[in-house]
Design a protein around this ligand. Structure first.
Ligand code: FAD
Length: 551
C-alpha cells in the first residue's frame, strides 16, 4: 500500500520548501509529502493520484495564490478526496476568508504564517487531524478496479474473465458512483469505451480484449515451444484431467483455452455430486486445484487463446490460433465441451451482458441484490444458478419449458423448499424487452395459453447445450448436432471410417483422424457430468500414450 499523501500548496517557492522540509522531518516516515507551486498543477496531480488509487490524508494550502486561491482549490480537491483533512495557511489579513471557508469547504483549521516553531504551532494541530483521519478513513481498494456499467457487455466479459481466473477486482458502477464516473471521464472524456480498468501500478486499459487483459494480469497467452507431444484444446474438467496425467508422466503438454480454466464446471456455484466432496465444491475451486496440479507437473496453460482450426501434416497435428500462431503436436485432444444456446428472439443479442447472461450467475449475482430475476432452464445448471441467485435476489422465477424439471432430485428438493424461488412450469419465453438493459420479459403458459409480462432486472439463461466442435468441423466425423464421433461409433458394418489409414480400428476416444482424440461434453455419447469428463480425459491420455508409442 503506498503511503497516504500530505499535499501542500504555496506559490512562494521558499515558503513551500520550508513547509515541505518541516513536514518531511515529522511525517516523512508515514506519509508522502507532495509540495506543489500552483493550484492548477495540483488539480492535475490529484487526477493522476485518483487513477493510481492513491489517497490524500491532508491538504495544507496557502490561501493567497494567483489563478486559484486556497479555498477555490479546496473546493475542487475535496470532491476527489472528501475524507482528506483541510488546513489553510493564511496571513493575518486573510483571517476572514479562512473563517468564511469553514462552512464553504468544511475547513478543519487555519494556521497563521509563520508557523515557527513547528513543534508548537504546526505539529500538534496536524497530529490531531491526522490521527482523526486515520481512525475514520476508508482506505482505497489496492487491487484492480473495473469501472463500467451493468449494460456494457465488455464490462461483463472482463469481470467474468477475472472471476473465472480468481483474480480479485473491485467493480465500480459509473451509473451509481459519481467519483467512478469522474475517474473514467479523466481517461475517456466521452465515456464511449467501457470498461476502463485501473491497475495498481497506475496504468489503465480501455475496453481491452481478453488477450490484452490476460497479458496485463500476467497470464500465459503464448506457447513457449513450437511443438508439444500432446496439445489439449479446452481446459474444462476433461482437458485438465488429461493434462494432469500427461504432465505427471513427463510429456510436453500444452493446454489452449479461449476463456478461463474450468469450462462449464467452473461456472457452477456448487458441485455436489462429484466423488470425494460430500459437502460440495464450487466449480472455480475445483478448476483452481486442477490448474495448480497441472502446472506443478510442468503443463503450460494458455488463457484467452482460441483454437480456430486444426489440420494434419504427415505425423503432425497442427492447431491454428485466432491470432494466426500455429502450434504443432503429435497427439491432439479436443476437449472443447459445450456451451448454452443463445436466445434467438429479437432484442436478445443487444441485451446480452446487459441483463441477459448465459450461465454467468456467479459473476453477476451480487449486482442483482434485492431485485427480481429470472432463470431460464430446468436442468442441473439452471437449478444451481437459481439457488445461488436466491442468496442475493428478492425473487427468482425459473422458466421451465416442460411439465417437470430435469435436474437431479437433490436440486429439485432444494428449489421446492426455497421461499424465494417460484417455478413456472410449462412456460415458454416469448419476448424480451429493454432499451439499454433488460426491463421486461413476456412468457406464455403452454398449457393454458395465458400470457404474462414481468418487470425484471436480469435473466440467466441455461438452456440447450451445444457442442463446441466448429474448429474441427471439416476434419473429423460429427453427428448432426455437432458431437464428435469416436471409437466404436465410427465403425459401420465392421469397417473403420472412410479415409482411415491405419491397420487398427480407432481407439475408444479417437476420432476419425488418427492421433486426434475427443473427450467430455463435445464427444458423442458422453453423459454431461464432471466425473465423466474427468474420466474421459484420463482415458484419452492413456490412449494418446499408446498412439505416441507407435509413432
Ligand atoms: C452451471 C453448471 C453447473 C453444472 N453442475 C454440474 C454438477 O453439479 N455436476 C456435474 O457432474 N456436472 C455439472 N455440470 C456439467 C459439467 O460442468 C460438464 O459436463 C463438464 O464441465 C464438461 O466438461 P468438458 O471438459 O467436457 O467441457 P467444458 O467444461 O465445457 O470445457 C470446455 C472448455 O473448452 C474451451 N473451448 C471451447 N472451444 C474452444 C476453442 N476453440 N479454443 C480454446 N478453448 C475452447 C471452453 O472455453 C471451455 O473452457 C454443470 C454445468 C454447468 C454449466
Amino acid at each position: 500500500m503506498p503511503k497516504p499523501v500530505i499535499l501542500t500548496l504555496d506559490d512562494d517557492a521558499s515558503v513551500l520548501n520550508t513547509i515541505a522540509r518541516d513536514l518531511r522531518s515529522h511525517y516523512g516516515q508515514d506519509y508522502r509529502i507532495v509540495p506543489i507551486e500552483s493550484g492548477k498543477a495540483a488539480l492535475d496531480y490529484i487526477k493522476k493520484m485518483q487513477q493510481r488509487n492513491e489517497t490524500i490524508a491532508l491538504f495544507l494550502v496557502d490561501q493567497r495564490m494567483p489563478e486559484i486561491n486556497g479555498v477555490e482549490f479546496l473546493q475542487e480537491g475535496i470532491q476527489a478526496y472528501p475524507q482528506a483533512k483541510r488546513v489553510l495557511l493564511t496571513a493575518y489579513a486573510d483571517t476572514q476568508a479562512a473563517i468564511d471557508s469553514i462552512n464553504e469547504v468544511g475547513l478543519d483549521y487555519y494556521l497563521l504564517k509563520p508557523w515557527h516553531p513547528p513543534e508548537e504551532r504546526l505539529y500538534p494541530v496536524l497530529d490531531e487531524l491526522l490521527e482523526d483521519w486515520r481512525v475514520h478513513v476508508r482506505l482505497p481498494y489496492e487491487g484492480i478496479r473495473i469501472a463500467g456499467t451493468l449494460w456494457s457487455l465488455p464490462s461483463h466479459q472482463a469481470k467474468d474473465f477475472l472471476t473465472r481466473h480468481q483474480i480479485p477486482y473491485q467493480w465500480l458502477d459509473i451509473e451509481k458512483d459519481s467519483n467512478a464516473r469522474q475517474l473514467v471521464e479523466s481517461i475517456n472524456s466521452e465515456v464511449t469505451k467501457l470498461p476502463v480498468i485501473f491497475f495498481p501500478d497506475g496504468t489503465t486499459l480501455l475496453q481491452p480484449d481478453l488477450k490484452e487483459l490476460a497479458e496485463k494480469v500476467g497470464l500465459q497467452t503464448r506457447a513457449a515451444l513450437p511443438f508439444y507431444d500432446i496439445v489439449v484444446v479446452g481446459s474444462g474438467p476433461a482437458g485438465l484431467a488429461a493434462a494432469v496425467y500427461a504432465g505427471s508422466e513427463g510429456y510436453r503438454c500444452l493446454v489452449i483455452e479461449r476463456a478461463a480454466p474450468g469450462g462449464q464446471a467452473g461456472s457452477s456455484p456448487k458441485i455436489e455430486n462429484y466423488l470425494g466432496f460430500p459437502t460440495g465444491i464450487s466449480g472455480d475451486d475445483l478448476a483452481r486445484r486442477a490448474v495448480s496440479q497441472a502446472k506443478r507437473f510442468g503443463v503450460e496453460i494458455l488463457s484467452a487463446q482460441e483454437a480456430k482450426r486444426v489440420f494434419v501434416k504427415d505425423a503432425y497435428r497442427i492447431i491454428q490460433l485466432a491470432d494466426g500462431t500455429e502450434i504443432s503436436c503429435h497427439a491432439l485432444l479436443i476437449a472443447t465441451g459445450a456451451s448454452f444456446h443463445t436466445l434467438k428472439m429479437p432484442g436478445a443479442a443487444e441485451l446480452t451482458g446487459a441483463g441477459i447472461y448465459y450461465g454467468a450467475a456467479y459473476t453477476e449475482a451480487m449486482n442483482y441484490k434485492d431485485q427480481d430475476v429470472f432463470v431460464a432452464g430446468g436442468a442441473n445448471s439452471a437449478a444451481q444458478g437459481a439457488l445461488y441467485l436466491s442468496q442475493f435476489a428478492r425473487k427468482v422465477r425459473v422458466l421451465i419449458r416442460g411439465k417437470q424439471l430435469t435436474a437431479s432430485k437433490y436440486l429439485i428438493d432444494a428449489l421446492e423448499q426455497n421461499q424465494k424461488i417460484e417455478l413456472l412450469r410449462n412456460t415458454d419465453l416469448v419476448e424480451v424487452r429493454g432499451k439499454n438493459t433488460l426491463e421486461q420479459i413476456i412468457v406464455k403458459n403452454t398449457a393454458t395459453d395465458q400470457v404474462q409480462t414481468f418487470d425484471v432486472s436480469a435473466m440467466f439463461v441455461f438452456i440447450g447445450v451445444r457442442p463446441q466442435s466448429q474448429l474441427i468441423a471439416d476434419l473429423v466425423k460429427r453427428s448432426d448436432k455437432g458431437y464428435i464421433y469416436t471409437g466404436t461409433d465410427l465403425i459401420v458394418d465392421k469397417k473403420p471410417p472412410q479415409g482411415w489409414t491405419l491397420e487398427r480400428d480407432p481407439f475408444l476416444l479417437e476420432t476419425s483422424i488418427p492421433g486426434i482424440f475427443a473427450a467430455g461434453d463435445v464427444r458423442y455419447g458422453t453423459s454431461h457430468r464432471v466425473a465423466s469428463a474427468v474420466g474421459e480425459g484420463a482415458i484419452a491420455f492413456a490412449l494418446m500414450k499408446e498412439y505416441l508409442k507407435a509413432l
